[in-house]
Design a binder for this molecule. Sequence first.
Ligand SMILES: [Zn+2]
Length: 426
Amino acid sequence: MTERGLETRQFGHRARLALSPTDIVKADAQAHAARTMWNCLHAWWQMMPKNKRTLANADAAIRQARRDIDFLAVLPAQAAQAALKTYFQAWKNCWDGRADAPNFKGRFRSVMSVDIPQGRDLNVVRVHRRWGMVNIPKLGRVRFRWTKDLPVGKHANKENRITGARLVRDALGWHIAFRVMTLDPEPEPHQGPEAGIDVGVTVPLALSDGKTYEHGEWLTDKEQAKLLGLEQRAAQRKQHRKPGEKTSRRLQHTYDQIAGLRAKAKRRALDWQHQTTTAIARTYGTVVVEALTITNMVKSAKGTADKPGKNVAQKTGLNRSISGEAWGRTVTLLKYKTARYGGILHKVPAPGTSQRCSACGLTTPGSRENQAVFVCKNPDCGWSGNADHNAARNILYLYRIGHVAIPAAGRRSRQARRRVKPATAR
Ligand SMILES: [Zn+2]
């Protein structure tokens, strides 16, 4: 075995927090304060003349606000500083063309979150096979589900440690997202076979060697029936509400239940994606995907009033299935997972891969009989098979003849350093 170098790896890990009802109220208050802090900063920014918009001035304004506004004091000082940093980063992202200009954060539109920027404040300890304990500023010691080995206690050192965290609330309650840094041995180059992958219409993922990865419905029949019932109930209650009337507690409860079920479906989809991409990265040394521009594909098919779109209904269905499969995220997952297992991910520009025959390479009209079946109309060929499988074979072929667009990721030596927008400012 040859001696391999070490490489630092940074990743996030999300765990569910076990908060008491009073702690939930406190965490909510912190998140609202963090949002208000952002909004105050944005108002301050708009008010200030350009030459006075400095970090030092903003910092002074934040300190003043924390003294003047009572409910802002519930936000730990570190979290307030993090909000400031994120806000300035958001402007940098905007100026570099990576994002839109920052805006006010609405109460119901934004995700509730609180930053804990410094890892050493967390003091994470594993207390049980299934539970860990973490220190949360102004909340105290809180238990969380231990589902991954984190570098804590005597396993923590300069290179392997938790560098920070963020509290995030979703429909299932409060979670903690740890930022973890580790130093791992560089993986051996993966000797596995090559595979082209197509985002299928009939199957979620079709591979060039004929393997497919499929999944059932994300919700069981019972859950789907429950969701439908809840949605109908919510619609009915909403209909009987007088204009301007406050959302009733009951209706709010129904909304929460709906959000809970949808979040459940989302989590199951993510879990499937993780399992599938891990299996692919383990099996194949080279993975080739189509360089798709999803944003163009899912852009509204409706068109404008003057110029209505064609096949609106079909496209809407397709849009839903594409967005549902979240192809972009599959590629992101594959990118880092192939790299971790010593493999490599390539993207090929692939227009017409679903129309071309993968056996003879000709595009003949009418070959794609329907969404599922491909039958080559070239009289000398006549290859037939699953349409998604055909496209996957084309993608792999394009890679083999050197049609690689972007070396998306891979072994460290070949990986181009790219500036990536930090997660805090997204
Ligand atoms: Zn053919």
